[in-house]
Write a protein that binds this ligand. Structure first.
Ligand code: ADP
Length: 186
């Protein structure tokens, strides 16, 4: 599914995000930035070891050894991925943020979009942040994701945002959220 928002494109597809050519690929990382399971592991494997090396440097230099806080985002190069850059953002773990989960998830999307915009990147692809191991219900997460991306595109000349959903069920859920968003807006 594709929607036009203020001259920008918001596209929903199914697939493996590591195979999808873009300017900025967003990784649903964890605070350590040292890789992990799910989409994080897939991105690190496809990028090659240099990605982990750069993540280690970011941890040491930019973050002074601390964890990347939930809702924040940092950028690295894309190495062997079909992307110029990777944005690593840490989604909320469902049930562990005293009701701030939606606000934190929205931050993941808005910080990633802003970082890309500042770098003049025109195409960004997102996985469904937090809805795997982090347990965020996909029906709820899809509404936060679509609203945050939609509001950003309404007020910026960006280009193209693609959500790459890993299963048909997730895709259908995001389609429903986007249809709802467009119907409220029109
Ligand atoms: P989190 O820890 O943020 O929940 P996960 O990686 O566990 O992150 O899951 C986030 C979403 O990414 C899930 O919907 C999962 O199915 C999906 N996913 C896993 N691998 C890939 C991939 N290669 N491409 C796109 N999405 C993926």
């Amino acid at each position: 599914m594709k929607a036009k928002i203020n001259g920008n494109t918001l596209e929903l597809i199914t697939g493996d995000i590591t195979q999808f050519s873009t300017d900025v690929m967003v990784n649903a990382a964890n605070g350590t930035l040292m890789g992990g399971g799910g989409v994080d592991g897939a991105i690190h494997r496809a990028a090659g070891e240099e990605l982990l090396e750069e993540c280690k440097a970011v941890r040491n230099n930019q973050l002074h050894g601390d964890l990347l806080p939930t809702g924040e985002a940092i950028m690295t190069r894309g190495y062997n991925l079909p992307a110029k850059y990777v944005i690593h953002t840490v989604g909320p773990v469902w049930g562990e943020h005293s009701g701030e989960e939606a606000a934190l998830l929205a931050k993941c999307y808005s910080h990633s979009l802003l970082l890309s915009f500042e770098k003049n990147m025109k195409r960004i692809s997102f996985p469904s942040i937090s809805t795997g191991v982090y347990g965020y219900p996909v029906e709820k997460a899809s509404i936060v994701a679509i609203q945050t991306i939609g509001e950003f595109l309404k007020s910026n000349e960006f280009g193209k945002v693609t959500m790459v959903l890993f299963s048909r069920e997730d895709y259908e859920t995001y389609v429903a959220a986007l249809e709802e968003y467009l119907s409220e807006w029109n």
